[in-house]
Design a protein around this ligand. Structure first.
Ligand code: HEC
Ligand code: HEC
Length: 408
């Protein structure tokens, strides 16, 4: 809003300032004029009082007229105020939300976006995409995170999820916690003061307001979720192509080595070739596995694996420096779902019968979830970190995931 725009509000404020200035002017003038030409007034007790008919006639009537005028102003003003007040309050609430969204947009933006402000923007868009449709973050997996002091740090590209659909999977308080505390062990930093980050609650709720304002429609959200498995299959098939071209490059480099190359250079070229061979066979295996995977398994990969399969977010079969993917669902931010642990939490056989109580309970847990500190399953207690997928996936899709999980 331009500062000088004449709205009702600025108009009234200006009027007030003018009135105050006028009163101050009159007072100053009075004081100064008294000083300059002091005129002696007759003290009131010596002055002749007004005649009765003046006092009770003209003067009284004038006073009554003034009293009547002010009563009229009050009588008209109060109902008018009462009439306008609700819409003023509504407008204030809308304006409040709009300003929160504007501030959140500045916090979210990166250099490519119009809302970007160098000193304020937190660059969420760098990792999550300018449209919040998902992206990737460069990250270094430390030796400690790999569980070995002799391991080398690995440079990876960690998938950052789409968050233009985050409220179809998490509620406000869950998103609030994610923003305040981040996702330890991942590139998602803690932004709130309570989590050791730089931002107060006001900024966090501005970000939440902004995220609300950019959510895609429910149909679009479901469509992206439904399209994700084939996209993932294509991505894994694409890694075979990348691995093939890497192998061709490495083989050509080895062949092009001059006869007098140092033994170190030859060993390096040879190990590049064997690394590329390993990456190619791994890419082929992964691509085949995904090509033959059930719908439940694919939906697990695209919706659940990033929290339930360690390293999933940066696994790249075509890059030999990146370690193998551990067994699906063996645990990361969320617990391991393997070895029958799901059947302990949500008991019942046969595993694929959607009428057993355990299956139903597991379906509810994934579809609706449980509020923080509320129980789930036989002995579970929710930490509020699990998304609820009922608005994001269809009933049939969730059931196919449950079936897959119960067989892990
Ligand atoms: C350095 C990259 C990076 C930046 C900057 C970043 N994020 Fe994230 N964010 C991630 C990654 C990666 C994840 C997923 C972590 C995981 O795999 O568990 C994530 C997860 C999230 C999630 C949870 C989404 C879900 O579906 O699980 C939300 C919400 C989120 N980020 C919002 C934000 C907001 C808002 C900002 C800016 C204040 C921000 N992020 C800045 C990388 C980043
Ligand atoms: C943002 C991370 C995250 C994502 C994504 C996620 N989960 Fe979870 N999940 C968790 C956490 C954390 C728990 C542990 C319970 C808790 O802390 O509330 C959990 C628990 C579970 C459990 C109960 C395990 C037990 O033994 O108690 C099941 C089953 C489960 N998740 C299935 C899924 C499925 C299916 C999906 C995908 C549709 C999914 N999860 C996606 C984080 C996640």
């Amino acid at each position: 809003m331009p500062i000088l725009a004449i709205t009702l509000r600025t108009g009234l404020i200006t009027l007030n300032i003018l009135a105050i200035a006028a009163i101050a002017g009159i007072v100053a003038f009075r004081i100064l004029s008294v000083r300059r030409q002091p005129v002696e007034k007759t003290p009131q007790n010596l002055a002749t009082p007004l005649e009765d008919d003046v006092m009770e006639g003209r003067k009284l009537e004038r006073s009554l007229r003034w009293a009547f005028t002010f009563s009229l102003i009050l009588a008209a003003g109060l109902p008018l105020y009462w009439l306008v007040e609700p819409s003023r309050q509504d407008a204030a609430v809308v304006g409040f939300d709009e300003r929160a969204v504007e501030r959140g947009a500045v916090l979210f933006a990166n250099e490519t976006m119009p809302a970007y402000e160098g000193a304020k923007s937190l660059l969420c868009a760098n990792c999550h995409g300018a449209d919040a449709g998902g992206g990737a973050a460069p990250f270094v997996v430390t030796p400690a995170a790999q569980g070995s002091t002799t391991a080398r740090p690995i440079k990876v590209s960690w998938k950052a999820p789409a968050i233009n659909n985050v409220f179809y999977r998490f509620d406000d308080s869950q998103v609030h916690n994610i923003l305040v505390y981040g996702r330890p062990g991942s590139p998602m930093p803690a932004w709130g003061v309570a989590g050791g980050g730089p931002k107060n609650d006001q900024a966090i709720s501005d970000l939440i307001a902004y995220l609300h304002s950019i959510q895609i429609s429910p149909d679009k959200a479901k469509a992206t979720a439904t399209a994700a498995p084939s996209k993932y299959k294509a991505e894994q098939a694409g890694s075979v192509k990348i691995a093939e071209s890497n192998l061709a490059t490495a083989t050509a480099a080895l062949a092009a080595l001059p006869a007098d190359a140092t033994p170190e250079a030859r060993t390096a070229a040879e190990s590049a070739v064997s690394g590329a061979e390993f990456a190619l066979s791994r890419s082929k295996a992964r691509s085949t596995e995904m090509k033959n995977a059930s719908e439940g398994q694919l939906l697990f990969e695209t919706n659940c694996a990033r929290c339930h399969t360690k390293t999933w977010s940066y696994f790249d079969p075509s890059n030999p420096l990146i370690p193998d993917l551990p067994p699906a669902g063996s645990g990361a931010l969320g617990p391991s779902l393997r070895g029958g642990s799901v059947l302990l939490q949500f008991p019942g056989t046969p595993i694929d019968d959607s009428t057993t109580p355990g299956f139903q309970k597991q379906y509810e847990w994934i579809s609706v979830g449980a509020a923080v500190n509320k129980p789930y399953g036989v002995r579970g207690i929710s930490s509020g970190q699990m998304p609820h997928m009922g608005l994001f996936l269809t009933k049939a899709q969730i059931e196919s995931i449950v079936r897959y999980e119960r067989g892990l």
